[in-house]
Design a protein around this ligand. Structure first.
Ligand SMILES: [Zn+2]
Length: 271
Protein backbone atom coordinates (compact mmCIF):
# COMPACT_ATOMS: atom_id res chain seq x y z
CA UNK A 1 0.00 0.00 0.00
CA UNK A 2 2.66 2.51 -0.99
CA UNK A 3 0.78 4.50 -3.53
CA UNK A 4 2.27 7.85 -2.50
CA UNK A 5 5.82 6.56 -2.59
CA UNK A 6 5.95 4.21 -5.53
CA UNK A 7 8.37 6.11 -7.80
CA UNK A 8 7.07 4.74 -11.05
CA UNK A 9 3.39 3.96 -11.15
CA UNK A 10 1.54 2.23 -13.96
CA UNK A 11 -1.17 4.48 -15.35
CA UNK A 12 -4.05 2.64 -16.92
CA UNK A 13 -4.92 3.57 -20.48
CA UNK A 14 -6.26 0.96 -22.84
CA UNK A 15 -4.97 -1.95 -20.78
CA UNK A 16 -2.45 -3.05 -23.39
CA UNK A 17 0.67 -3.05 -21.22
CA UNK A 18 -0.30 -3.21 -17.56
CA UNK A 19 -0.56 -6.58 -15.93
CA UNK A 20 -3.94 -6.66 -14.23
CA UNK A 21 -2.74 -9.07 -11.53
CA UNK A 22 0.93 -8.24 -11.08
CA UNK A 23 1.38 -4.48 -11.57
CA UNK A 24 0.65 -2.07 -8.75
CA UNK A 25 -1.93 -0.03 -10.65
CA UNK A 26 -4.61 0.36 -7.97
CA UNK A 27 -4.34 1.62 -4.37
CA UNK A 28 -4.89 -2.00 -3.32
CA UNK A 29 -1.34 -2.95 -4.35
CA UNK A 30 -0.61 -5.80 -6.75
CA UNK A 31 -3.92 -7.66 -6.96
CA UNK A 32 -2.11 -10.96 -7.11
CA UNK A 33 -1.09 -10.46 -3.45
CA UNK A 34 -4.63 -9.71 -2.44
CA UNK A 35 -6.40 -12.48 -4.31
CA UNK A 36 -3.68 -15.12 -4.27
CA UNK A 37 -3.51 -17.89 -6.83
CA UNK A 38 -7.27 -18.02 -7.13
CA UNK A 39 -7.38 -14.46 -8.50
CA UNK A 40 -6.06 -14.97 -12.01
CA UNK A 41 -7.96 -18.25 -12.31
CA UNK A 42 -11.28 -17.10 -10.96
CA UNK A 43 -11.65 -13.66 -12.51
CA UNK A 44 -11.03 -11.94 -15.81
CA UNK A 45 -8.51 -9.40 -17.10
CA UNK A 46 -9.18 -5.73 -17.95
CA UNK A 47 -8.59 -6.65 -21.58
CA UNK A 48 -11.88 -8.47 -21.37
CA UNK A 49 -13.80 -5.44 -20.26
CA UNK A 50 -16.28 -4.55 -22.95
CA UNK A 51 -18.16 -1.33 -23.62
CA UNK A 52 -20.76 -2.20 -21.03
CA UNK A 53 -18.41 -2.71 -18.11
CA UNK A 54 -15.96 -4.98 -16.39
CA UNK A 55 -16.47 -8.68 -16.68
CA UNK A 56 -15.62 -9.89 -13.23
CA UNK A 57 -16.38 -13.35 -12.01
CA UNK A 58 -15.26 -14.91 -8.80
CA UNK A 59 -15.98 -15.20 -5.13
CA UNK A 60 -17.82 -12.38 -3.39
CA UNK A 61 -15.00 -11.71 -0.97
CA UNK A 62 -14.21 -8.41 0.72
CA UNK A 63 -11.19 -8.05 -1.58
CA UNK A 64 -13.42 -8.57 -4.65
CA UNK A 65 -15.90 -6.01 -3.38
CA UNK A 66 -13.14 -3.44 -2.81
CA UNK A 67 -11.77 -3.99 -6.27
CA UNK A 68 -15.22 -3.68 -7.86
CA UNK A 69 -15.84 -0.38 -6.12
CA UNK A 70 -12.47 0.92 -7.30
CA UNK A 71 -13.13 -0.21 -10.88
CA UNK A 72 -16.40 1.70 -11.05
CA UNK A 73 -14.38 4.92 -10.70
CA UNK A 74 -12.17 4.21 -13.70
CA UNK A 75 -12.64 4.77 -17.36
CA UNK A 76 -12.98 1.41 -19.08
CA UNK A 77 -9.74 0.43 -20.85
CA UNK A 78 -11.82 -0.69 -23.83
CA UNK A 79 -13.01 2.93 -24.26
CA UNK A 80 -9.52 4.43 -23.93
CA UNK A 81 -7.43 5.32 -26.94
CA UNK A 82 -4.32 6.03 -24.82
CA UNK A 83 -1.64 3.42 -24.25
CA UNK A 84 -0.84 2.42 -20.68
CA UNK A 85 2.11 4.39 -19.31
CA UNK A 86 4.36 4.44 -16.26
CA UNK A 87 4.66 7.76 -14.47
CA UNK A 88 6.77 9.01 -11.59
CA UNK A 89 4.52 9.70 -8.68
CA UNK A 90 5.75 11.78 -5.80
CA UNK A 91 3.39 12.88 -3.06
CA UNK A 92 0.49 11.93 -5.29
CA UNK A 93 1.68 14.26 -8.02
CA UNK A 94 2.47 12.76 -11.40
CA UNK A 95 5.79 13.98 -12.77
CA UNK A 96 7.17 13.59 -16.26
CA UNK A 97 10.72 13.51 -14.91
CA UNK A 98 12.04 12.10 -11.70
CA UNK A 99 12.71 14.75 -9.02
CA UNK A 100 15.08 13.69 -6.25
CA UNK A 101 14.28 16.80 -4.22
CA UNK A 102 10.55 16.09 -4.19
CA UNK A 103 11.14 12.42 -3.51
CA UNK A 104 13.40 13.22 -0.59
CA UNK A 105 10.81 15.55 0.90
CA UNK A 106 8.22 12.83 0.64
CA UNK A 107 10.48 10.17 2.09
CA UNK A 108 11.15 12.40 5.06
CA UNK A 109 7.39 12.49 5.65
CA UNK A 110 7.00 8.80 5.12
CA UNK A 111 5.79 8.22 8.68
CA UNK A 112 2.90 10.60 8.09
CA UNK A 113 1.99 8.84 4.84
CA UNK A 114 1.95 5.46 6.50
CA UNK A 115 -0.27 6.79 9.25
CA UNK A 116 -2.76 7.89 6.61
CA UNK A 117 -2.68 4.52 4.96
CA UNK A 118 -3.54 2.98 8.31
CA UNK A 119 -6.25 5.53 9.00
CA UNK A 120 -8.01 4.46 5.83
CA UNK A 121 -7.33 0.77 5.38
CA UNK A 122 -7.46 -0.18 9.07
CA UNK A 123 -8.33 -3.75 9.99
CA UNK A 124 -12.08 -4.15 9.73
CA UNK A 125 -12.65 -1.12 7.48
CA UNK A 126 -15.85 -0.93 5.45
CA UNK A 127 -14.69 -0.91 1.80
CA UNK A 128 -17.33 1.51 0.48
CA UNK A 129 -16.58 4.07 3.20
CA UNK A 130 -12.81 3.56 3.06
CA UNK A 131 -12.84 4.41 -0.65
CA UNK A 132 -14.79 7.60 -0.12
CA UNK A 133 -12.35 8.56 2.66
CA UNK A 134 -9.38 7.71 0.45
CA UNK A 135 -10.70 9.83 -2.40
CA UNK A 136 -11.50 12.63 0.05
CA UNK A 137 -8.00 12.44 1.49
CA UNK A 138 -6.62 13.01 -2.00
CA UNK A 139 -9.10 15.87 -2.41
CA UNK A 140 -10.53 14.32 -5.55
CA UNK A 141 -14.20 14.03 -4.55
CA UNK A 142 -15.33 17.12 -6.38
CA UNK A 143 -13.80 16.09 -9.70
CA UNK A 144 -16.51 13.51 -9.99
CA UNK A 145 -19.21 16.09 -9.54
CA UNK A 146 -20.83 17.54 -12.59
CA UNK A 147 -20.54 21.08 -13.79
CA UNK A 148 -22.64 22.68 -11.07
CA UNK A 149 -22.74 25.73 -8.82
CA UNK A 150 -19.51 26.20 -6.85
CA UNK A 151 -21.53 26.84 -3.67
CA UNK A 152 -21.72 24.27 -0.89
CA UNK A 153 -24.75 22.03 -1.45
CA UNK A 154 -25.44 21.90 2.29
CA UNK A 155 -25.40 25.57 3.33
CA UNK A 156 -25.32 27.44 -0.03
CA UNK A 157 -23.26 30.20 1.55
CA UNK A 158 -19.61 29.32 0.85
CA UNK A 159 -17.66 27.73 -1.97
CA UNK A 160 -17.68 23.96 -1.75
CA UNK A 161 -14.14 22.90 -0.96
CA UNK A 162 -13.41 19.52 0.58
CA UNK A 163 -12.49 20.99 3.96
CA UNK A 164 -15.57 23.20 4.04
CA UNK A 165 -18.01 20.50 2.96
CA UNK A 166 -16.69 17.66 5.11
CA UNK A 167 -15.37 19.51 8.15
CA UNK A 168 -16.32 23.16 8.50
CA UNK A 169 -19.83 23.55 7.06
CA UNK A 170 -22.35 24.25 9.84
CA UNK A 171 -24.42 21.23 8.77
CA UNK A 172 -21.35 18.97 8.81
CA UNK A 173 -20.26 20.36 12.17
CA UNK A 174 -23.67 19.50 13.64
CA UNK A 175 -23.28 15.95 12.33
CA UNK A 176 -19.74 15.62 13.74
CA UNK A 177 -21.05 16.99 17.03
CA UNK A 178 -23.69 14.23 17.21
CA UNK A 179 -21.26 11.51 16.14
CA UNK A 180 -18.43 12.46 18.49
CA UNK A 181 -20.62 13.46 21.46
CA UNK A 182 -18.47 14.53 24.37
CA UNK A 183 -15.34 13.98 22.26
CA UNK A 184 -16.47 16.60 19.75
CA UNK A 185 -13.95 19.06 18.45
CA UNK A 186 -14.13 21.21 15.37
CA UNK A 187 -11.67 20.24 12.66
CA UNK A 188 -10.46 23.35 10.91
CA UNK A 189 -8.15 21.66 8.43
CA UNK A 190 -7.76 18.24 6.88
CA UNK A 191 -4.36 17.99 8.57
CA UNK A 192 -5.91 18.55 12.01
CA UNK A 193 -8.53 15.93 11.19
CA UNK A 194 -5.87 13.39 10.07
CA UNK A 195 -3.82 13.99 13.18
CA UNK A 196 -6.83 13.43 15.40
CA UNK A 197 -7.54 10.16 13.58
CA UNK A 198 -3.96 8.97 14.07
CA UNK A 199 -3.63 9.80 17.74
CA UNK A 200 -3.97 6.99 20.20
CA UNK A 201 -5.67 8.13 23.40
CA UNK A 202 -6.82 6.50 26.59
CA UNK A 203 -10.51 7.39 26.27
CA UNK A 204 -11.58 5.87 23.00
CA UNK A 205 -10.41 3.43 20.36
CA UNK A 206 -8.69 4.39 17.13
CA UNK A 207 -10.69 1.74 15.30
CA UNK A 208 -13.91 3.39 16.50
CA UNK A 209 -12.66 6.85 15.55
CA UNK A 210 -11.74 5.62 12.08
CA UNK A 211 -14.97 3.68 11.61
CA UNK A 212 -17.11 6.60 12.78
CA UNK A 213 -15.11 9.18 10.80
CA UNK A 214 -15.36 7.23 7.55
CA UNK A 215 -19.09 6.66 8.05
CA UNK A 216 -19.52 10.38 8.72
CA UNK A 217 -17.53 11.46 5.67
CA UNK A 218 -19.47 9.07 3.44
CA UNK A 219 -22.79 10.20 4.88
CA UNK A 220 -21.99 13.89 4.37
CA UNK A 221 -20.87 13.13 0.81
CA UNK A 222 -24.09 11.12 0.15
CA UNK A 223 -26.20 13.91 1.62
CA UNK A 224 -24.45 16.41 -0.65
CA UNK A 225 -25.22 14.19 -3.68
CA UNK A 226 -28.83 13.64 -2.65
CA UNK A 227 -29.38 17.37 -2.32
CA UNK A 228 -27.64 18.02 -5.61
CA UNK A 229 -29.27 15.30 -7.71
CA UNK A 230 -32.61 14.54 -6.01
CA UNK A 231 -33.32 17.81 -4.20
CA UNK A 232 -33.86 15.84 -0.98
CA UNK A 233 -32.53 17.25 2.29
CA UNK A 234 -32.29 15.49 5.65
CA UNK A 235 -31.59 17.09 9.02
CA UNK A 236 -28.28 16.43 10.83
CA UNK A 237 -30.27 14.38 13.38
CA UNK A 238 -31.73 12.15 10.65
CA UNK A 239 -28.29 11.70 9.08
CA UNK A 240 -26.84 10.85 12.48
CA UNK A 241 -29.53 8.18 13.02
CA UNK A 242 -28.39 6.45 9.85
CA UNK A 243 -24.73 6.67 10.91
CA UNK A 244 -25.60 5.37 14.39
CA UNK A 245 -27.49 2.37 13.01
CA UNK A 246 -24.71 1.64 10.56
CA UNK A 247 -22.01 1.75 13.25
CA UNK A 248 -24.00 -0.53 15.59
CA UNK A 249 -24.58 -3.03 12.78
CA UNK A 250 -20.92 -2.95 11.74
CA UNK A 251 -19.65 -3.43 15.30
CA UNK A 252 -22.05 -6.35 15.75
CA UNK A 253 -21.07 -7.88 12.44
CA UNK A 254 -17.33 -7.64 13.14
CA UNK A 255 -17.43 -8.37 16.89
CA UNK A 256 -15.16 -11.38 16.40
CA UNK A 257 -12.29 -9.08 15.38
CA UNK A 258 -10.28 -8.23 18.48
CA UNK A 259 -10.30 -4.48 17.87
CA UNK A 260 -14.11 -4.49 17.56
CA UNK A 261 -14.95 -6.45 20.71
CA UNK A 262 -15.03 -3.47 23.12
CA UNK A 263 -16.49 -1.00 20.62
CA UNK A 264 -20.22 -1.34 21.33
CA UNK A 265 -19.70 -0.20 24.91
CA UNK A 266 -17.56 2.70 23.75
CA UNK A 267 -20.07 3.70 21.09
CA UNK A 268 -23.32 3.39 23.05
CA UNK A 269 -22.87 6.45 25.29
CA UNK A 270 -22.93 8.45 22.07
CA UNK A 271 -26.18 6.94 20.85
ZN1 LIG B 1 -21.58 24.50 3.64
Amino acid sequence: MEIYLVPSRPKLGNGSVISFWHDCWTPLGPLFHRFGDLGPKGTSNPKHSNRAGWIFRGARSEAAEELLIYLTYLQLPSLSTIEDTYVWVVDNEELTDFSSRKTWNVLRNRGQTQLWTKNIWFKGHVPKHAFTAWIAHQDRLSRWGMNVSPLCCLCSSTDETRDHLLLRCEISESIWDLVLGCHFQAFHTWTAFSEWLSIRDAVTSRTLKRLAAQATISSIWNERNKRLHDGEARTPAAIFNTIDRFIRDTILGKRKLKAFTPLMQLWLPNG
